[in-house]
Design a protein around this ligand. Structure first.
Ligand code: CMP
Length: 444
């Protein structure tokens, strides 16, 4: 039982109760319930496939820009990625058949697995058109695109993956542009390493449209190529600057809304001569609440959605919040999604009792904001800060509460029911281990 528990007025996070699968415009929207194939291992595997495709592009560029017979490392990598691509097609067939569908999909999966670099090596090729064969590995791109798109649509693509993929694409593009420069305008009497270095330098100065003029095109083909690269550079920068300013305007809009509210609050403090200490703690709490909840406009837009869709969105909002709680930091995304469906948000006032020793435990809590004190009567045991959890022992031992827990300041907590907790720890070994580890340290 929980004493005086009050649902947070600013944002009541209803638990996800409606398992309905909604269909909108032919798209099945069931993000929170869909048993997705989005495990962390598969994500790394997909990234490895993306690296494999990029490696072929790198190898292609090197052969175009610097004629040479493939080295042992190039051949070993070619063989390795051939084997991995083959394994990938088999894996997809078994676990994610929708990724490489139909005859074309199967062909685009299998043909790129052929070890082209090895074949070209035995054919004695060093540069030129035969190496276009290496680009057959690009057949994997539609399937890669579908995998990352699927995760992105389900809000399950971590930011670092988007960043890593963008960097991979940018690096591969710079490399290819540099290699084509070497093809059109090779440097005389330079080692391959210096040539490549100079070509990369030319590419970056040309894409940046700085063009120091120390490396200049000498032939018509090279001049045409230089103009093309400059044009690409301008387009690239406009795109990046456009995206950055869009993001900045978006974040400013939200910050400004929060700042407006805090200004009103400050005026109120001045009017009623509220003591500075109290002002500080109220502002800290209020700014946390404002930044972690929706503003009125967002709340209004959300309210216009059908209830089941609203619930789905709130599940994902809960995911973002509980991912910061220590217990959930190392668990899988599937586990986070399931946990988020069973959460309810509550607000406790300073000094309010959350758990009393000896009571039956019907739930555990995740502390999203504030500090709680764990004690047995006057005997102080611990202070828990935001990001901690408590109330798990009675659930694990199936016994009564081992201690009292009292809110020190204003606290925002998420309640997870006993049945949901048992279901989650039974299904997710990583969560069970995180709970067990913490309980061990608390029992010491
Ligand atoms: P439970 O026994 O269900 O209810 C009281 C909670 O206080 C308990 O679960 C733990 O989550 C927490 N708790 C008990 N002892 C400690 C401790 N020594 N340090 C931190 N937290 C504790």
């Amino acid at each position: 039982m929980v004493y005086g528990m009050k649902k947070c007025a600013l944002r009541s996070c209803r638990p996800f109760r409606d398992p309905a699968v909604l269909t909108g415009g032919g798209i099945v929207i069931s993000g929170a319930h869909k048993k997705t194939h989005h495990s962390q291992g598969l994500l790394y595997w997909d990234l490895l496939m993306a690296i494999g495709v990029t490696a072929s592009l790198v190898s292609f560029g090197l052969h175009i820009g610097i004629p040479h017979r493939a080295t042992g490392i190039e051949l070993a990598l070619d063989l390795l990625f051939s084997a991995l691509f083959l394994a990938d097609t088999a894996l997809l067939k078994k676990n994610r058949p929708h990724i490489e569908q139909g005859t074309l999909g199967t062909l685009l999966g299998i043909v790129p697995a052929f070890p082209f670099a090895l074949a070209l090596y035995f054919a004695g090729a060093t540069t030129g058109a035969p190496f276009l064969l290496l680009l057959v590995r690009f057949g994997k791109i539609p399937s890669l695109f579908r995998r990352f798109r699927e995760r992105h649509d389900d809000f399950l693509l971590p930011g670092w993956v988007t960043l890593a993929l963008s960097l991979l694409i940018i690096a591969a593009a710079f490399h290819t542009l540099a290699c084509f420069w070497l093809f059109f305008s090779p440097f005389e009497n330079e080692t391959p390493l210096t040539s490549y270095n100079m070509a990369l330098y030319w590419t970056i100065t040309t894409v940046a449209t700085i063009g120091y003029g120390d490396i200049t095109p000498k032939t018509n083909e090279a001049r045409l190529y230089t103009m093309l690269v400059m044009f690409l550079g301008v387009a690239f920068y406009s795109l990046i600057i456009g995206q950055v300013s869009r993001l900045m305007t978006q974040s400013d809009h939200r910050k400004a809304a929060v700042q407006d509210k805090l200004d009103v609050m400050s005026a109120l403090f001045r009017h009623y001569s509220i003591p500075p200490d109290l002002q500080q703690s109220v502002l800290k709490f209020y700014s946390h609440l404002l930044s972690s909840t929706l503003n009125e406009n967002e709340e209004k837009i959300l309210a216009e959605l059908p209830p089941a869709l609203q619930s789905e969105i709130r599940v994902y909002m809960n995911v973002t919040l509980i991912a910061r709680v220590s217990l959930f930091k190392s668990v899988s995304r599937d586990c986070l999604l399931e946990a988020a469906q069973g959460l309810e948000q509550f607000l406790f006032n300073p000094g309010q009792s959350i758990i009393r020793k000896g009571d039956q435990g019907e739930e555990m809590f995740l502390l999203s904001h504030g500090t709680v004190r764990v004690h047995i009567g006057d005997n102080h045991l611990a202070m828990l800060e935001s990001g901690s959890f408590f109330g798990e022992m009675a659930l694990i031992e199936n016994d009564v509460r081992t201690a009292d827990v009292t809110a020190v300041g204003y606290c925002v907590v998420y309640r997870l029911s006993k049945s949901k907790f048992i279901e989650l720890t039974g299904r997710h070994a990583d969560l069970k281990k995180a709970v067990d580890d913490m309980v061990k340290t608390r029992q010491m």
